[in-house]
Every structure is written in C-alpha cells, then in structure tokens.
Design a protein around this ligand. Structure first.
Ligand SMILES: Nc1ncnc2c1ncn2[C@@H]1O[C@H](COP(=O)(O)OP(=O)(O)OP(=O)(O)O)[C@@H](O)[C@H]1O
Ligand SMILES: N[C@@H](CCO)C(=O)O
Length: 318
C-alpha cells in the first residue's frame, strides 16, 4: 500500500485549479511502490499520476522532475511532469511537495525474455545519451560514499562471514578508478517494476514507460548498466543469464559503444551495483523506519548476487 497521505477529492479538485488540465473526474490511490504516496488522476483532459513526496528533501526534487522533462523532450518514454499556472513542476498538497506527471500505458514484466532485454538495453543507452545534455547535476544518492557509509551502519547486524565479504568488497571497490568512466545522469534503479510494457500495432512488445526517477543522479553510466543487468538478467539463484545479458548489452553497445575503461571496469561495476542493493535492503531489514509501511525486499538476494559476480562474469561486448 503506498498511500501514506490521503487526499480528499474536494481538496484535489481545488488544487487542480492551478493547472490547465481540466476538472477532476476520478482519483484513485495506487497500491504499489514504497517510497511516496501515488494516485491515478483522471481529469476532463487526460490521465495523470499524482505523487506526494514523503521523504525526499524538497530541494532535491527539481533535479528529478526536470530530468524527466528533459528525457521526455528527447523522445524517451518517460512521464513528462505537468507545469502549473506559475510554470512550476513542484507544488504543495496536504503539506507535502507534490507533482503531477503524465500517466503512461502498460504494465511491468517480471519474467522478461530476450526481446524485453534488448529493448531495455537500447532504451538505457538512449537515456544516457540524452542525459549528456541535461544541465543540472546532483550526485547519485546511493553512490560510492553512501555505500561505504551505509556498510558501517549495517555491518554490526551481519554474521561474521558476511562482515568479511563486506570488508573485502569495500577494500576492492576503493581500488576502482570510477572517474575514468563516462559519467552523466543515470536512472540508477531501472528494475523490472520500473518499466511499463505495451504492445505496438504489430503486436510486438514496446516500452510504454520508464518510471520512478527518484534515485537518479550523476554517476558512471556503467553503474546504471550494471544495476539494470543484475535485475533483468539474473537467474533465480542470482547467477547471470548469459543470453539475456548479451541481448541487453549488445543492444546498449549498438547505441553507445563501451569504452576500454568500461570493459575493464565491468566486473567491478556489477559488484558495486550488487553492493548498493544489498546495503539498502539490509538497512531496511535491520533498521526498519518506524511508522512507515515499508515493503522490505530480501537483502540476501543481493548478497548472493555479489558473491556470484565476484566468482566471475562474462566480458562486455567490444
Ligand atoms: N507515469 C506513470 N504512468 C503509469 N503508471 C505509473 C506512473 N508512475 C507510477 N505509476 C504506477 O504507480 C506505481 C508506483 O509508482 P513508483 O514505483 O514510482 O512508486 P514509489 O513509491 O514512488 O517508488 P518505489 O517503487 O521506489 O517505492 C507503479 O508501479 C506504477 O504502477
Ligand atoms: N529497486 C529497489 C527498491 C527501491 O526502488 C530494490 O529492489 O531494492
């Protein structure tokens, strides 16, 4: 359940007077997502998603909303935010920062095949290329500094073998020269549940939408590729599915060829991406946030993915 803050219809109808999208027809809470309060909003002029931001500092929100607008303007299937009559994307509703974005079509695919992986790879490369001309910069909120700091918070809760794994991984990651890698705006959480699939006129799968940009930031583009491959191309035990990984990576490489530095850093980035989700999930598990309805995902899934990536991975295409 993801409605932490209820919005009465009369309050929303009044708030919408500040927008040019017509009058309220229907308001429905969305029962997915764990971070914010989300609603489907239908007006006389269209279909939108309303988000009330529950935790992200207000000052950080323009980066996300303008990034979504930038990517949508570049033709990517990203929900464009709607500006109000003051030409602002960010408003205030029920004392929360709030934004309306276009509602995109489709639903997520949790068992992706090769065509899905191929399309996600090509789309991610397009996102990175379009992101190069995005003028704002905000560091990846789950970047290397966050991972190192969070590891120290989580470490006391882990058994000895996991502490050893964590210590060794942090020491290894500290030797990686991330600054040598191409960088830019990255999504940083492009999991299967953040891509909506649709079918085109020929019945082929097509990406209808990429959502949830609220972990986006400036970092190595390869880190984003690694996050995406770890989620889309893993087998149930956490191993890499070679065919799905090749489909995703070849399609990405065709749009934005990997550099030599990226080829060298690939195993390390898959490990950094695994560490990021092991740490965030372990934090949610061992230090649950009081009073919030948080869906706790299994940290061991990403501990195991980390162990398996350390054991070896196939190289990037070149
Ligand atoms: N622009 C959109 N178009 C269509 N559906 C959307 C859109 N934005 C969100 N949704 C729907 O709302 C659900 C929740 O959104 P989202 O994943 O952004 O939640 P969140 O709580 O903000 O983030 P998180 O997933 O990190 O918890 C999605 O699973 C999707 O079904
Ligand atoms: N994708 C994250 C959830 C937060 O977006 C995870 O699977 O841990």
């Amino acid at each position: 359940m993801s409605v932490f803050t209820p919005v009465p219809e009369s309050v929303l109808a009044d708030w919408l007077k500040d927008y040019a999208i017509g009058r309220l027809v229907e308001l429905k809470g969305i029962s997915a997502g764990v971070q914010n309060s989300n609603f489907f909003v239908t007006t006389t002029l269209g279909r939108y998603v309303l988000t009330l931001f529950e935790g992200i500092p207000r000052a950080e929100l323009p980066y996300y909303l303008h990034l979504m607008a930038h990517l949508a303007r570049h033709g990517l299937p990203v929900p464009g935010p709607i500006a109000n009559r003051h030409n602002e994307y960010l408003g205030t509703l029920q004392e929360r920062p709030a934004a309306l974005v276009v509602r995109l079509s489709g639903s997520s695919e949790m068992n992706p095949g090769l065509p899905h992986c191929e399309k996600v790879g090509a789309m991610l490369a397009g996102l990175h290329l379009a992101g190069q001309s995005y003028g704002r910069r905000q560091e990846n909120p789950r970047g290397a500094a966050w991972r190192a700091a969070t590891a120290q918070v989580v470490r006391p809760f882990l058994p000895a073998d996991e502490q050893a794994l964590l210590d060794a991984e942090l020491a290894f990651q500290a030797t990686i020269d991330v600054a040598a890698l191409p960088a830019g705006a990255i999504h940083a959480d492009l999991f299967r549940d953040n891509v909506l699939w649709d079918t085109d006129a020929d019945g082929d799968v097509r990406i209808g939408g990429v959502i949830d940009f609220y972990f986006a930031g400036y970092d190595a583009l390869l880190f984003d590729v690694a996050v995406t491959v770890n989620d889309w191309c893993s087998t149930p035990d956490g191993g890499l599915d070679g065919a799905r990984a090749a489909a995703l990576l070849d399609a990405y490489h065709a749009e934005r060829p990997f550099t030599d530095a990226e080829v060298a850093a690939w195993p390390a980035m898959l490990r950094a991406a695994a560490l990021r989700f092991w740490m965030s999930r372990a934090t949610d598990f061992h230090l649950p946030r009081a009073g919030e309805m948080v869906l706790v995902k299994d940290p061991n899934e990403y501990r195991d993915i980390l162990r398996l990536r350390i054991a070896g991975v196939p190289p990037l295409p070149r």
